[in-house]
Write a protein of this length. Structure first.
Length: 337
């Protein structure tokens, strides 16, 4: 009997060894292509496989398209806070300077029209710094000529850059909705060398991005609060730029508000909305606007969509005893959803 038990133990050990060798072979097989191991560097790269995420809001289908990310040196860019404070806030969420900022673009399918909110950086920042929106739109099977309307939150290059390629309109059939105050500021011939220390590059790039649509007669200036394109409410939120706009979409009791550049750094500007950024044309007004709008959005419970929050940049604002916090929207990834 003992010999039989001993034989079983030996057989069991051999089986375990064989399984171990098989698993090891499978592991090697999974790290090789045509018999060669993949280079280690291929594992270390940061890469979004698709770069788009679709969800429903009432009767609308919204797709967030990543235009890529860009590094931001917050020690240089942020205003109104010492470096130590900024670093402390970043450390709380396991970040350190510089921080990577998303550039998110939003595609809305109404069932009859295809509408964009902003267009990313296009070619303006150079390869590797944004500019992925066009290729990803193409992968979705959306042709630029089928975009009917584009809602520009404000005329900055990382929001209008995707409007053009090699000086030509990428979306030849689209109407461009944008704040009149931004048109007057950025496209005024007298401002093309800069205004009050605000760099001339902002103005010259604005001309490049917007003029093809001005020539086509497709620019639709916005003044004051307006209802546009059915269920959209456009309302001015000046500060970051003179003609900065929010766009609120409502459907079947749900809402989403596209807030443009009211926030650049989640870890810093939600808890401390008084902290501004170099890109703000009017620093005090930008801070006051952020405080007021965040309080209203927290009260209303509206979902928000922001271009520079970590992709996909959708969620909710909650009010705290001091400042605010951002709550990411629930993520869905089911074939039947």
């Amino acid at each position: 009997m003992s010999n039989v038990q001993g034989g079983k133990r030996v057989a069991f050990k051999k089986t375990v060894l064989a399984i171990g060798l098989l698993l090891q072979c499978l592991a090697y097989a999974n790290t090789s292509v045509a018999g060669a191991e993949l280079p280690t560097a291929s594992v270390a790269k940061y890469h979004a496989e698709t770069g788009y995420y679709t969800f429903k809001l009432g009767t609308y289908e919204i797709t967030v398209i990543s235009d890529g990310t860009v590094p931001q040196d917050l020690h240089v860019l942020l205003k109104g806070a010492p470096q130590q404070t900024v670093d402390g806030l970043l450390n709380q969420v396991h970040l350190h300077n510089p921080v990577e900022a998303s550039i998110n673009v939003f595609l809305i399918n109404t069932g009859k029209k295809l509408i964009l909110v902003d267009t990313g950086a296009g070619d303006f920042f150079g390869k590797g710094f944004g500019g992925r929106f066009s290729e990803r739109l193409n992968k979705l099977g959306v042709k630029p000529e089928n975009i009917s309307d584009i809602l520009i939150t404000h005329i900055h290059t990382d929001h209008t850059g995707g409007l053009v390629h090699e000086g030509k309109a990428v979306f030849p059939n689209a109407n461009i909705y944008v704040g009149k105050a931004d048109i007057d500021f950025f496209l005024d011939a007298k401002n093309q060398n800069g205004v009050n220390g605000y760099d001339k590059a902002y103005f010259q790039q604005a001309q490049t991005a917007m003029q093809p649509y001005v020539a086509l007669g497709h620019v639709k200036p916005l003044s004051g609060a307006q209802k546009i394109l059915g269920d959209f409410n456009a309302y001015p939120t000046p500060g970051h730029t003179p003609g900065h706009y929010y766009y609120r979409l409502e459907s079947q009791g749900q809402s989403i508000t596209f807030i443009g550049d009211s926030v650049h750094v989640e870890a810093v500007q939600f808890p401390h909305p008084d902290i501004t950024i170099t890109y703000d044309v009017d620093q005090p007004s930008a801070a006051k606007q952020r405080q007021a709008q965040f309080a209203q959005l927290a009260k209303s419970g509206s979902m928000i969509a922001a271009p520079h929050l970590p992709y996909p940049g959708i969620g909710y604002i909650n009010a705290q005893k001091e400042g605010f916090t951002f709550i990411r929207a629930e993520f869905h990834d089911r074939a039947d959803s």
